[in-house]
Each structure stands twice: as structure tokens, then as C-alpha cells.
Design a protein around this ligand. Sequence first.
Ligand code: ATP
Ligand code: MG
Length: 473
Amino acid sequence: MNLKERLENPVFRLIGTVADSIGQPCFVVGGYVRDLFLGRHSTDMDFVTVGSGIKVAELVAEKLGPKTSLAVYSNFGTAQVKNKNMELEFVGARKESYSHDSRNPVVEDGTLDDDQKRRDFTINAMAISLNSDTFGELVDPFDGLSDIDKRLIRTPLDPDVTFSDDPLRMMRAIRFATQLDFDIFPATFEAIARNSGRISIISRERVFDELMKIIKSPVPSKGFLLLERSGLLKIIFPELQALKGIEVVDGKGHKDNFYHTLQVLDNVASKSDNEWLRWAAVFHDIAKPVTKRYDSKLGWTFHNHNFVGMKMIPGIFKRMKFPMNEKMRYVRKLVELHMRPIALVEDEVTDSAVRRLLFDAGDDIDDLMTLCEADITSKNQEKIRRYLDNFALVRNKLVEIEEKDRIRNFQPPVSGNDIMATFGIPPSHAIGEIKEIIKNSILDGKIPNEREAAWSLMLELARERGLEPKTQA
Ligand code: ATP
Ligand code: MG
């Protein structure tokens, strides 16, 4: 097969000419070739050459001229050329052999064929020649093309060897299946299940990178289902695994919270590309297994699972090398608050309850509502409709009250300093008390969220506490 017409970017001819000039065969290889067939656009390109990859990279950087950067990694034998719209990675063809306890192989120079054999999946092992006499010719020793047609992830060699050599490939298989909506070839999947224990030699940072790619996929549940079925989930994320299963007492079961969580995740993913909101969906019921109780009158309860879940988040994030920054605090907050909107619609949607929700959620209120709407996964369509109608009501009320009262980014209209200055008193318990009463009066709608009203309430509260203004206010 010749793909000349598909290699429109002039950089391919340029690289071919450079490689010709030093007599080295050179190919575009891996993800770029795969994505070419899948019609996915990518600006990252990997090149393999028989000979020195660094030499080709240096010459290519020179030819591409100013505004091109070159980074050479001599101990890996690779080099990267970057300009404003491309990232080109060059490597010499190599042969790899692995020892048991590390994913860092012993590397020696090899042929193109050796290099293709070390690649993870048939669809990632295709190469297209760039030298002028063979420009555009596809080299596809493992018939990756037909696996693309069949939408299959399959290893080129014995999958047990492939996964045992580099267990990260198990995560990559599941990630590609999720990203591309491919199936994993049965023998390949069985090997993942057999080798799942080897994932422990992979750094948590690498596992996190793959999880991020899974969560950003169009239907992220697919990845988590595969992780569970392969046995990887219980090793990398035991708290999520623990959600799986149904316990029955007195003939009464509860819903399977693993499948429920995945449904919520997909619901959120269909509404939002925000990956941290998607993570909040994954974590929202994380404390259900540890809070689960059976009560002969109430049936199954998961009392306080939102608060317990919130407390679990920093520990899980830390262990799994998730960021310990505002992303973590965002997920923790959504987990904490995820029961609030539902409690609101089950009770009465009063202005003051809406104001309190706005106060607690702040700018994350819309995301919280999206999560809660996604959380309605009943089989009963009528019930779903009723809840969603009620949520629509809450959303309207949120807008109405926010316009009127500006609670989202609440700043107390009277500060502690105001109180101290007015009454000439040092910091004290009374000040905190007065501020708290003013805040609650605003949230309960007893006074408007305005300085004047807050000021007269402050004077009144101070008077009750025997405080007199220093100068007449
Ligand atoms: P994407 O960039 O979308 O993640 P990709 O296939 O380009 O997909 P990269 O990680 O950029 O993935 O790797 C480029 C190529 O290098 C792959 O297509 C594959 O041929 C090879 N490769 C990457 N990681 C491995 C690995 N762990 N084992 C074997 N081959 C790998
Ligand atoms: Mg890539």
C-alpha cells in the first residue's frame, strides 16, 4: 500500500531527503500512522531510522530553520525537534530485552523489524517509509491495518511476554480501547488478567497518566469496566473496586454501587468535558462500602457517606499521585455537597435553603447540579423525570436568588475590623458571634445582603452585648 497522498505535510519529504543524504532508512511510525488511518488529527510524530536518530534530528532541525528547537537525549539515543505546530521525536531502530524486575530494557541497535517487534500493539507498530525511492510505502508486519478495521487491540508478539516485560502496556491497552472505542483481542485480554499483578512495578505517576486519558475519553466507564474485569482495578484503586457487589439481608439487597458510579460518570461525561467533574463522579459514593449498615426497619443505609467520602479523598489522591491542589479540593467539595440538592428537592425548595447551597458551593454550583442530575440513575423513567423537573426548579431558583442576593462569592458586608473599629475593642469571641449572626440572617433572608442593613443589625447585636460605639455611628 502506498500512502503518498496522505502524507500532505511537507515535513515528511524534508525528513526523507535528509535521511537520503546520510544514507539512512527513515520512517514515520506508531501513533501517527495509526491515527492517519483512524482520521484522528495529531501533531506529535515519531520517526524511526536505521542508524542514528540524533543525527537525523540535528539535520532536520537545521533545515526547518529558526523558531525550531532541538533537544538531544544522548543516553536514550533520542532527540526531539519542536516548532510552533509540531513535535517530532527521532529514535534509532532498536532491539530490546527485558529483565524481570524492571520495565527498563537492555537496548541495542536493531533493524526496522526489531523495532516494530518491541512496540506494544499491532495498530501501533505500523511504519511508513519516507526515503524518496520508497516514499509512502506502508510497512505493516503484524497486519495492524486489519486490526484497525476490526477495531482490535492486540499485541504483535506473545501477550504474556509483552505485558510481563512492560506492565504499563496493560494500562495502555485499556486506555486505547477506551479512547478509540476498540475491543481488546481475547487472548490479549486474558494475558492482562494473568499478568495484572505485575502492575505494581509501574510508578503511580504513569498509572495516573493513563487514568487521565481514560477519564477524558467519550465513554470513560468502558475503561473502568475493563480495569475491573482484568483484576487491575483492585490493585490500583481498591476503594473503587470495593463498590462492586450487592449484599442481601432479609431478602433485601442494595444497588451495585460500582455500576451505579460508572453510570453517573458516563452521564456527567455526556454533559461536561471537565475531567475533574468526571473524577468527582467516580468518587461521589466512594465511602458507601465503609458506611454501609443494615437496619431491620430502614433497610440499607449509607449514613454520612458524603462526609466520610470527603475525608477519604486526600489520602486516596496522595497515594495515587493525583494532584494535591485546588483540583483535589474541588473534588472533595463536590463529594461533600453531592447530597444537598437532592435533600432540597425532597424537602421544600425554600429561598433560604437555596441561599445556603449557593453559599457553600460558590462558583462550583453549576458543576454540583450537573453531578446531582447525573446521580439520578433509577430504572423508573417517571421517577427520573420527576427528579429532573425538581432540579430544573432548583436551577431557576438559584439564578433568581443569585441575581437578587449575590451569595455565590459571599463577602460579609460587615467585617471583624469594622466591628473592632466601631466599638474600639480588641479581637474577641463577641466579634465572631456577631459576624456569624449577620451571615446567617442574610442566608435566612431576614436581612438583605447589603451593608446598611448589616450595619444596623451589628449595632443592635452589639448593644445587646453591652457594647457602645466609640463615636456616634
Ligand atoms: P498517544 O500519543 O495518543 O498516547 P501513541 O501511540 O502515539 O498514542 P506514545 O506514548 O506517544 O503513544 O508512543 C508512541 C509509540 O511508541 C506508540 O505508538 C508505540 O508504537 C510505542 N510505544 C509507546 N509506549 C510503549 C510501550 N510502553 N511499549 C511498547 N511500545 C510503546
Ligand atoms: Mg504519541
